[in-house]
Write a protein that binds this ligand. Structure first.
Ligand SMILES: Cc1cc2nc3c(=O)[nH]c(=O)nc-3n(C[C@H](O)[C@H](O)[C@H](O)COP(=O)(O)O)c2cc1C
Length: 172
């Protein structure tokens, strides 16, 4: 089982479209996965689940998507030159042991040119600190809004990259 983290709470985000494409292609390749859409996190999780506090709704999301899952894919948009604050908040509200020795892969996207290259470096540092193994192949998708028609990824090069990335992560 792989958990695909759709790491923004922005409604109708491109991040979530990319996460769903990963889910579909993994399914075609007979690889089980599930999407954790940050739009669906409890709105007060940052205050109600920090510093040792827990709530049942957040706990059950964390248990389902992190506890007995050994592979993670983070789809990560560029927000102000880095990862979205909600992603760092999510990590800060979960048990650091949940990331240890997990095999993790990162995908960056942005409306600008960088494709969140910097943010993926930042996230790699955080995950290495937590003991995750991060795959070095990290696709970055720039000018993402030009690559979709509705929910369809129409950029053939990006689609090929997603396929290659999944094959590479499968052998990781
Ligand atoms: C708070 C915020 C900050 C952003 N900062 C950047 C940025 O630094 N560089 C960039 O290229 N795009 C930036 N964007 C635009 C996103 O890259 C764009 O929304 C893109 O579609 C990916 O994010 P999405 O999943 O929210 O759609 C920002 C968007 C938001 C909401």
């Amino acid at each position: 089982m792989i958990t695909i983290f759709s790491t923004t709470n922005r409604k109708d985000s491109y991040t979530n479209k990319v996460a769903n494409i990963y889910f579909s292609i993994l399914k075609e390749k007979n690889i089980q996965s599930q999407v954790l859409d940050f739009q669906k996190l409890p709105i007060d999780f940052l205050f109600s689940n920090a510093f040792g506090n827990t709530t049942n709704d957040f706990d059950s999301i964390v248990n389902k998507h992190l506890l007995n899952v050994d592979k993670f894919i983070f789809i990560c948009p560029e927000y102000n030159g880095s990862i979205p604050g909600v992603l760092k908040s999510f990590i800060d509200c979960t048990n650091p042991k949940l990331y240890k020795s997990k095999k993790v892969s990162l995908v960056g996207l942005s409306s600008g040119r960088a494709g969140n290259l910097r943010g993926l470096d930042h996230l790699t540092s955080i995950l290495h600190y937590l003991g995750s193994e991060v795959l070095s192949f990290k696709p970055i998708f720039s000018r993402i809004h030009e690559s979709f028609q509705g929910d369809e990824l129409i950029n053939a090069q990006y689609l090929k990259e997603v396929n290659n990335h999944i094959d590479s992560f499968n052998g990781f």
